[in-house]
Design a protein around this ligand. Structure first.
Ligand code: TXA
Ligand code: MG
Length: 360
């Protein structure tokens, strides 16, 4: 590969992609480089999906284990045939028709041209067609499918602005395309197709309720062994702040007021329309209102990053316990808390003790 410079940043409006920026991004991708690309969900670290060397550089930059497959991005249904071996299964075609371009990833049989590293050796490949005008234009300019994981170091919080990308990977990408903040703020929904059913492998910006309007949907339990097998790279700890964190259900939130605080600083992330009574030394920070989960998702990672940077002794993240987009939000909050979830006051005390040592 010719030497490409690193750390360049180019700006474009999100709704009207700057042709010069798009052309440059396409050229860097064709040359085997890494380009951080805005999508409607989160920023992705893009590379030519059909170039094994470029794919390896993405894994290296993120320090991502080889067992965690990448999503391949296309600019329309015509490009799908370069990634799959056969036409989309009927259920996948129905979902593509309903939700593409948009935040839905379909896991379907992969084609021979796709390098092993992209799918971690699996027989299936995850494909999505992003709706972000800049992402779509860059894929078209590159004229090939683009593999792109979220543009963060492995296990950390996904980036919803170019500043987030630059902070974590700025010195590891050839180009960062800055189009401002992303729309949804949580990743795409990932579904595998099993016979006539869409199996949800990861909750995301397309809700289960929306999928159910088109096809039969199965939602395996998180702890289910089969889920672990078909949904690699989905660890109990992910999307993680550096600050010790605990997740609390609404039940645990109701009992928060009777926790015994010591001198350590605790920040509670909750909802303005369900604000719990807290020990006086604990600080409440809003994730938004339960009546507007779109806004909660939009700001979620930005809020987590901001509070993590304050470095309190502990973050308590309150779960929405809601359906719809609430499932994706709760999934991310649970993993941010390394799956330490408290449902009662007692569980909250012991989860806090497990996260940061007992109150003294
Ligand atoms: O919204 C998104 O999906 C963003 C943007 C950039 O498109 N991308 C993203 O990629 O979140 P990443 O790498 O952070 O998450 C990809 C996840 C994997 O960890 C895995 O759970 C699932 O998608 N996945 C990808 N390919 C798969 C496959 N062949 N089989 C099963 N799961 C797969
Ligand atoms: Mg990710």
């Amino acid at each position: 590969m010719p030497e490409l410079p690193v750390g360049r940043v180019l700006r474009t409006p999100a709704d009207q992609p700057d042709p010069a920026v798009v052309t440059e991004a396409g050229a860097v991708l064709r040359a085997g480089g890494l380009v951080a690309i805005p999508t409607e969900t989160v920023y992705g670290l893009g590379c030519n999906a059909l170039d094994p060397g470029a794919v390896q550089r993405v894994f290296d930059a993120k320090q991502r284990p080889a067992s965690d497959p990448l999503i391949v991005h296309v600019d329309g249904i015509a490009m799908v045939s370069r990634v799959t071996g056969e036409p989309l299964p009927t259920v996948a075609a129905t979902l593509a028709e309903a939700f593409w371009p948009g935040p839905l990833t379909l896991v379907v049989p992969r084609g021979a041209e796709v390098p092993d590293a992209v799918t971690s050796g699996l027989a299936d490949v995850g494909i999505r067609c992003p709706s972000h005008p800049v992402a779509a234009a860059i894929i078209t300019a590159a004229d090939r499918p683009i593999a792109a994981p979220s543009a963060n170091r492995f296990g950390r919080i996904s980036p919803t602005s170019a500043d987030h990308v630059i902070a974590e990977l700025g010195d590891r990408c050839n180009l960062v395309i800055d189009a401002g903040r992303t729309l949804h703020g949580v990743e795409s929904t990932v579904v595998a197709i099993r016979d006539d059913t869409a199996v949800v492998l990861r909750h995301g910006a397309v809700t289960v309720e929306a999928l159910q309007r088109h096809v039969a949907v199965a939602v395996p339990e998180r702890a289910d062994a089969t889920t672990a097998a078909v949904s690699p790279g989905h660890d109990a700890r992910h999307y993680s702040p550096a600050t010790p964190s605990v997740a609390a259900t609404a039940g645990a939130a109701r009992a928060a007021g009777s926790q015994q605080p010591d001198g350590r600083s605790v920040v509670w992330l909750g909802y303005t329309d369900r604000q719990p009574a807290l020990p006086t030394t604990w600080r409440f920070e809003p994730l938004g209102a339960l009546t507007d989960l779109d806004a909660v998702a939009h700001d979620l990672y930005d809020t987590l990053r901001r509070l993590d940077a304050d470095a309190p002794d502990l973050l308590v993240v309150e779960l929405t316990d809601a359906a719809g987009l609430g499932r994706a939000i709760d999934d991310r909050l649970t993993r941010a808390a390394s799956s330490r979830v408290a449902s009662t006051g007692e569980e909250l005390s012991s989860a806090i003790a497990a996260a940061m040592g007992p109150f003294t």
